[in-house]
Structures are given as C-alpha cells and as structure tokens.
Write a protein that binds this ligand. Structure first.
Ligand code: NAD
Length: 350
C-alpha cells in the first residue's frame, strides 16, 4: 500500500513568541503567502514542550494552505499555536501580547479563533491589530458562529457525492453521524430535512437525546456507528476517525463529514478506495467556517459567504469524478489540485 504524501511547498517560516510577563509562549507558523496573507486560527493548548507546539503549528499551517487554496480564498496558510500557561493566567494580557506579535507581522498573517480560543480572546487581539477575524458579528456582514456554514458546505458536498454514487437524492438513505456537536447536529438537521434517516452517536448522551427528540434519529454507541447499515458516514467529532478498524467495518459507501484530519494515517485514503468507498476529503468539504472567517476579515456580506459555500458541492463532485476515472484516492486528487492553486496569486478585493 502506498502512503499518499503531501509535497511540502516552500520552507516553513515561523516567528517564535515569548513574553514571560504576559504568559505568552508559542509560535506563528507561515506556510504559504503566494495567494495572499497567511490565514489560520490561533490554538491555545497544553503542550509538553515548545517542540511539540511548533510541530503542531507547522502541521496545522500546512493544512490551512491546502484548505484556503482549495476554497479559492485569497489567502495563504498559517497558524498560531500558544502553550496554555499552567494554573490561572491573565487571558487578556496573553492575547494582547499575542496581538502585538500579529501586528508586527504587518498583515503577513491573519489570525482567528481555533481550539481553546474564542470571540473574547479575538477582541483582545483586535485591540492591538486589525489582522484578526472571528470577532463579534456585525449586522449584515459576514462573521459570527462559523458552524452553520461548515455544516452547509458538508451537506452540499454530501448531496453531490450521493448523486454521483447512487444517482439520486438523500431521501430514504441512511446517514450515520459520529459527533453531534455544533456542526454535526446542524448537518443532521439538514440531512433529515432532505428526507434522510439518521443514526447518531456521541460521547455526550444529552446531545444525542436532544437531537433524537428533534429529528427522530436513532442513537447507537460510538464504537458501533461505523458498522451500521448506512449509505453515508459523516465523521463530525475529533480527528482520526478513519483508522484501520473503522475502515474495515464501514458499511457506508460514502464518507463525508466535518471533522478535521479524518484519516488516522495517509494510507487510510488508499484503504478506503480499495474498499470502493468514496471519501470526500475533509478539508474540501469543511471549508465553510474559514470561508465565513475570511469574508469577515474582508468586510464581505453573508450572501457572499453563502455563494462560496455552495461551490463546495460541485467542487467535491469534480474531485470524486477525477478520482474515480483515475482509480485514485480523492484526497490525493484534492492535494494535487490544492498544490497547483497554492502557487497562484489572488488579489484581495478593494
Ligand atoms: P463540537 O465540540 O461542537 O462537537 C464535537 C462533538 O463531538 C461533541 O458533541 C463531542 O461530545 C463529540 N465527541 C468528541 N469526541 C468524541 C468521540 N470520541 N466519539 C464521539 N463523539 C465525540 O465541535 P464542532 O465545532 O461541531 O466541530 C466538529 C468537528 O468539525 C471538529 O473536528 C472540528 O475541528 C471540525 N470543524 C469544525 C468547524 C466549525 O465551523 N465549527 C470548521 C471546520 C472543521
């Protein structure tokens, strides 16, 4: 089995962030700026050491280059990773210090929220720099919670994958959703609205019960959902859902979900193809959130966000068709497409 590897593009640039008085210890990684400023969220997480934080930042920044290019956004890829200070800490001081570091890059990097950070943190960053999104939404403009946009993009991709595979709509098909948080629950509602039967699983029984009450979904255990008789499997929890055991037991012939980094290892892409399963690449289908964040930064409207999110469906279909014709893994097709797009400069709207 051949592992699919990404071509590392330019050498990774990074800025080490250290400000002891503010509790700031982290890194801003810039993977590509050909299409425009490097854009990607700011993660606050507990890392064993600085090396682990840097490795995560580099991996995530590379992922953002692929996602932003594939979504045709006028941005390159970057990411900030901050080490969570032990014990109590002054969040405002930390994020203002981070904001000053972003300001020093003078627009080469645009930040937003990510795992461990939120709107209030980005408001602190915004006191120091304008190169930040993920702030309080302004009426009529893009911004606010990105989850509904992410869910819509995944739904549009799912409809196209279903049409290509089964020649029809979601009506009467079974969709298995693993993880019914912000995105998974909204995706489940959209699928139910299109006539799909739902099977759901989550480690949080309350979330399952609430959604089942709303949609009539059938609840199963998290370790049973991949093996149930369904046409579509939608991983919407954490990364790594598609490991060897899951791929071997999957009944669905389509995988299309919101979670980042669904493939537990690159060779799982080939394993899915070998089993005749269409895998809609995660970063292609879950770009709705970053599309919303990018539009907020550019001062665009919610209508412009909708237009870009609706393009995710046909884009996914094209990737699945090319993969099918060439007997290739769709993630490989997507990576090569994104690498070509990454090298193309896009101009920011005036
Ligand atoms: P969330 O925290 O609201 O929901 C995640 C859900 O997964 C929760 O209900 C949680 O209980 C459940 N979960 C966690 N571990 C689980 C496990 N082992 N088995 C089953 N369920 C488990 O997060 P979200 O915002 O809905 O994001 C879901 C996924 O989509 C994440 O991987 C995220 O990185 C990705 N994503 C989200 C967005 C967005 O706009 N929110 C954008 C792009 C990608």
């Amino acid at each position: 089995m051949v592992a699919q590897t990404r071509r590392m593009m330019p050498p990774m640039e990074y800025v080490r962030l250290l400000d002891e008085s503010a509790g700031l210890d982290g890194v801003i990684a810039i993977h590509s700026t050909e299409r425009g400023p490097a854009a990607g969220g700011c993660r606050l997480w507990s890392y064993a050491d600085a090396g682990e934080a840097m490795a995560d930042a580099f991996r995530l920044a590379e992922g953002m280059s692929y996602k932003n290019a594939m979504a045709r956004l006028p941005f390159g890829g970057g990411k900030a990773v901050l080490r969570r200070p032990a014990g109590d800490f002054d969040r405002r001081a930390l994020f203002e210090a981070f904001g000053r570091a972003v300001a020093r890059l003078d627009g080469r990097y645009v930040t937003a929220e990510d795992v461990g950070t939120g709107i209030a943190d980005m408001e602190c960053v915004a006191r120091q720099t304008r190169h930040v999104a993920g702030r309080t939404a302004m009426p009529g403009l893009a911004g606010g919670d990105p989850s509904p946009w992410t869910a819509l993009g995944v739904f549009e991709a799912m409809k196209q994958a279903v049409e290509l595979r089964y020649g029809g709509t979601l009506s009467g098909l079974t969709v298995a959703v693993l993880g019914v948080g912000n995105v998974g629950a909204e995706l489940a509602r959209l699928a139910a609205g299109a006539g799909a039967r739902l099977v759901i699983a989550d480690i949080d029984p309350l979330r399952c019960a609430r959604l089942a009450g709303e949609t009539g979904a059938h609840i199963v255990a998290t370790d049973a959902i991949a093996g149930i008789d369904a046409q579509v499997f939608a991983p919407c929890a954490l990364g790594g859902a598609l490991d060897e055991a899951t791929v071997a037991t999957l009944q669905a012939r389509i995988v299309c979900g919101a979670a980042n980094n669904q493939l537990a290892s690159p060779c799982m892409a080939q394993a899915l193809t070998a089993r005749g399963i269409d895998y809609a690449p995660d970063y292609v289908v879950n770009a709705g959130g970053i599309i919303n964040v990018a539009a907020e930064y550019l001062g665009e409207s919610a209508d412009q966000v909708r237009g870009r999110v609706l393009e995710i469906g046909p884009r996914t279909r094209e990737i699945l068709e090319v993969a099918r014709r060439g007997g290739l893994a769709p993630s490989l097709v997507a990576d090569r497409m994104a690498e070509r797009l990454m090298m193309r400069r896009e101009s920011l709207p005036a």
